[in-house]
Design a protein around this ligand. Structure first.
Ligand code: GGG
Length: 356
């Protein structure tokens, strides 16, 4: 029996609504698998915790999480807590502390989901984005001076280290080399960002020498956004810096028919620290607590967690179950044009796990 300890942080808004369905689906997988056991501990950290305690998680929160095999996360951010307080108080410290430098985000149109693009189906929209996840524009360096005065200044600096850029690009090259198409597209903006992105491109070119089998292309991030709409079928693996990757993968979520679908893995590839799996979507305060949020992103994130734990068979079963539910098209939440509840979609996935 393979046993794993999972720290569960539902967080805020629809993160709380959807995470239980991910756990129900994981339980169904463990039940049919027979050789897999997951033990969960829940942590009530997030904006409600902040309003009570003045911090998003307790001072020893990171130390506590360090004892787990992985982390299942819902979403972060809820009014009246400002977004920069909630994000920098919970999710970003976890990513940085546990050196989760790869943010892996599949962009794949599931069976039965009418994507927003005319004439583009599941065979056209199927690529993977890798977002640098610990530095770049999210490094958190900068400051403000002369607050409240006419000469007020705000500076936010992107930090690109050779080690940081090289390791995430190497991960992207390795992933591209392992896939049948062996294609890698890098998001740059070296025309405008003449220091950081020129450096990014140079490291990309250096690594390219070691991967002659990988067909490499570079696009300015704005052009890549357009290409994702006009020719998504031309993309196989995409790599980008922290901010570019964030923006492009929300666009990727839209290509998948709803932001309720895409998952992400915040991965420490060396497995020195726990990795974190979460939906790409945020907390969606407008529909929080109504029981209508789409749980597919959270369930798919749980499938990625199983892959990461070394149980690709179990992860694949869970993803096939999700695909079977969307292909059937009878149990879909309102974001996909249906009228099912979060619980009903979770139940349908659970049933498919058993059936498959
Ligand atoms: N489940 C993802 C989530 O809560 N996202 C909120 C957010 O703003 N994330 C920014 C980021 O992923 O960098």
């Amino acid at each position: 029996m393979n046993r794993y300890r999972v720290a569960v942080i539902p967080g805020d808004g629809i993160g709380v609504d959807t995470i239980d369905e991910a756990i129900v689906a994981l339980d169904a997988v463990c039940e049919v698998h027979g050789g897999l056991e997951l033990a969960y501990d829940r942590f009530p950290w997030g904006c409600a915790y902040y309003l009570e305690n003045g911090v998003m998680m307790p001072p020893d929160g990171l130390q506590v999480l360090g004892d787990y095999d992985c982390i299942l996360f819902g979403a972060v951010g809820f009014p009246p807590v400002p977004d920069h307080i909630s994000l920098w108080g919970l999710l970003l410290p976890i990513r940085q502390h546990f050196d989760q430098y790869v943010n892996l985000r599949p962009v794949k149109l599931l069976e039965g989901i009418p994507g927003p693009l005319r004439d583009k189906g599941p065979e056209d929209i199927d690529f993977v984005c890798i977002r640098e996840n610990t530095e770049g524009e999210y490094a958190g360096t900068g400051g403000r001076v002369h607050r409240g005065h006419a000469n007020e200044v705000a500076i936010q600096t992107g930090v690109f280290t050779r080690a940081g850029v090289e390791r995430v690009l190497r991960y992207a090259f390795d992933l591209a080399a392992s896939r049948p198409r062996q294609e890698l597209a890098s998001a740059t903006k070296s025309n405008a960002l003449q220091y950081s992105m020129v450096f990014w491109d140079e490291v990309f070119a250096e690594l390219q020498q070691g991967y002659p089998q990988v067909n490499c292309r570079q696009y300015h991030a704005d052009a890549l956004a357009a290409r994702m709409i006009t020719a998504p079928e031309s993309l196989d693996v995409v790599v980008g810096s922290n901010l570019f990757g964030d923006l492009l993968t929300d666009l990727g979520g839209a290509l998948q028919g709803s932001l309720g679908i895409p998952p992400s893995g915040n991965i420490n590839p060396e497995k020195r620290y726990p990795s974190l799996f979460e939906p790409v979507h945020g907390s969606a305060p407008d529909i929080a607590g109504q029981g209508i949020a789409n749980p597919i992103a959270a369930i798919w994130a749980a499938s990625m967690m199983l892959d990461h734990l070394g149980h690709a068979d179990a992860g694949d079963l869970l993803l096939r179950a999700v695909n079977a539910v969307t292909a059937e098209g009878r149990t879909l939440t309102p974001d996909l044009g249906g009228n099912a509840t979060t619980r009903e979609v979770g139940h349908a996935v659970q049933e498919q796990v058993r059936a498959l």
